[in-house]
Ligand binder design. Structure first.
Ligand SMILES: [Zn+2]
Length: 132
């Protein structure tokens, strides 16, 4: 038996729609983060290859510290991006469990605008600002 036209006011349907939106936001964020990781890996490779060229015949390599700094910056950005992926995995688990969008401190609902801007948000604005 099929039910092609369930009313949109059905709470389970609303829940379903909310999950679909949340999943879409997490997926979009994941795509951006993965693209960032690929781009950072390329930049890192370019620097490694570039430094091979410059360090050969230049002992007082004036760019040496810049390169080291850039490599460190890229490594740190990669770590952040990977951490973000873990947060996105976690957000997906919360969506499946039905706890997504619920503040982990006060249990209140996290504002939709906040979730739109930060799909991995675990706390509502109030709890986030209170902690800092
Ligand atoms: Zn809260």
């Amino acid at each position: 038996m099929t039910q092609p036209d369930q009313p949109v006011t059905d709470p389970s349907d609303r829940d379903h729609a909310a999950r679909a939106i949340a999943r879409g936001r997490v997926a979009a964020e994941r795509a951006l983060t993965e693209a960032r990781i690929v781009s950072l890996a390329r930049q890192h490779q370019a620097i490694v290859e570039g430094s091979r060229w410059t360090t050969d015949d230049d002992e007082h390599d004036p760019e040496g510290s810049t390169i080291a700094f850039e490599r460190a910056a890229i490594a740190s950005m990669s770590r952040e991006a990977r951490e973000e992926l873990r947060e996105l995995d976690d957000a997906e688990m919360r969506i499946e469990r039905g706890t997504y969008g619920q503040c982990e401190v006060c249990g209140g609902a996290i504002a939709d605008a906040r979730l739109e801007a930060l799909p991995t948000a675990r706390r509502c604005i109030d709890c986030t600002s209170r902690r800092r």
